[in-house]
Design a protein around this ligand. Structure first.
Ligand code: FES
Ligand code: FE2
Length: 397
């Protein structure tokens, strides 16, 4: 990583940092990697609650491992191993029975703790010896979270988000064809907004370039964007993969809904793909709620009729469209995916030229490198605490 536009003392400090970071791979999240072992200490958002009705099953891939996700008839969501240990059938093909799931191949049934409780064609003494992996699963703010680590999971919910003066509005789930850290870093990059989102004009209020600052906290990183008029936009980055930020009225809403508090969860599918799960807190009340919901329904209809944002982003990356001429109800998402995934499936961080506007990204990488190095060396690392409820993001202009 080369650093430019900095004083010599800053440069040597950052060069030192670059050397430190070169020793650890920040992007890889497989189960045996330092990154994967670190990430598995936290709750991970794996999907939207509304996409998993009772009795539904689906395959999911999280941090390079496949699993089956299902919702029992009591309403309980559950993540279990991908394959049946009998002869390897995929568990999501099976039937949900109560809160249990029965393998499609030879009918072995597992309870939601993964214990085999029935094997129709086997001796009755066999089932008690068979167990598949099952992973703690909880739901919050419209998202399903699972814990893939060892021992007891951390406190749930993983971050405070629900507010008495707001209702939760979920966005589409985006499947982004690049490493999760690129998208996460993009959410720390306030400067990109004025350029990437200039076409379409959705973010014109924040085109005024801020001076970027960042501070490590007990729960992650606080990012500060100071404008020319002295106002400061505060954005929160929760360890290990959540951004909480306030944005002006969302594109396509014609100003209905006012400011929106957005939560981005960036969940690695594998090292080259991730899920971008977006929830928001909307603070309208009274008759405005109906107006908001009507406008949002209109927006969802437009999205359903449009081509998938990801496909268009991939076509932009291949040069099949002009960036500035792209039109779509989710234009902002397309624009973001194009610049994030356009860096490559896994960005080459060794050859970047970072400047002062990248301060937040630099700090996050430094923190992550330190934590991953601790994992690699068998040291405990920092004791990350749950973010406090009174530490809120601000719009700042
Ligand atoms: S493979 Fe699942 S019951 Fe045989
Ligand atoms: Fe963006």
């Amino acid at each position: 990583m080369a650093i430019t536009n900095q004083q010599p003392s800053e440069r040597s400090r950052e060069d030192e940092l670059a050397n430190e970071m070169a020793e650890v791979d920040l992007a890889r999240m497989g189960p045996r990697t330092p990154g994967g072992r670190f990430m598995r200490r936290f709750w991970m958002a794996v999907g939207r609650s509304q996409d998993l009705p009772k009795g539904a099953t689906e395959p999911i891939r999280i941090m390079s491992v496949d699993y089956a996700l299902y919702r029992g008839e009591s309403g309980r969501a559950q993540v279990i191993d991908y394959r049946c240990p009998h002869r390897g059938a995929q568990m999501h093909l099976g039937w949900v029975e109560g809160d249990d799931i029965r393998c499609i191949y030879h009918g072995w049934k597992y309870d939601c703790a993964g214990q085999c409780v029935e094997q129709p064609a086997e001796d009755s003494s066999f089932a008690s010896k068979v167990k598949i992996g099952s992973y703690p699963t909880r739901e919050y703010m419209g998202l399903i979270f699972a814990y893939f680590g060892e021992g007891e999971p951390p406190q749930f919910p993983p971050y405070p988000g629900e507010r008495p003066d707001a209702f939760v509005d979920l966005w589409n789930v985006e499947h982004v064809p690049c490493n999760y850290l690129q998208c996460f870093e993009n959410s720390m990059d306030e400067t990109h907004v004025a350029f990437v989102h200039r076409p379409g004009g959705s973010h014109k209020n924040i085109a005024d370039l801020p001076v970027v600052g960042a501070e490590e906290t007990d729960w992650g990183m606080l990012r500060l964007g100071t404008r020319a008029n002295g106002k400061v936009r505060r954005s929160l980055h929760y360890m290990p993969n959540v951004t909480r930020v306030i944005v002006p009225p969302v594109a396509g809403m014609d100003g209905v809904g006012g400011w929106v508090e957005i939560f981005f969860n960036f969940t690695p599918i594998d090292d080259e793909n991730h899920l971008w799960l977006i929830t928001s807190n909307v603070t309208v009340s009274g008759p405005e709620v109906d107006a908001y919901r009507a406008k949002r329904a209109e927006y969802h209809e437009k999205i359903a009729a449009a081509r998938p944002a990801r496909d268009l982003a991939v076509e932009l990356m291949a040069g099949q469209h002009q960036f500035a001429e792209m039109k779509h109800p989710d234009l902002v998402i397309i624009q973001d995916i194009a610049v994030q995934a356009g860096q490559g499936r896994i960005a080459d961080r060794q050859h970047e030229m970072l400047g002062r506007s990248d301060r937040a990204i630099i700090l996050w990488r430094k923190i992550l490198a330190r934590e991953l190095r601790a994992v690699a060396e068998g040291r405990p690392g920092k004791n990350w605490t749950r973010p406090p409820a009174d530490e809120l993001p601000t719009l700042g202009f």
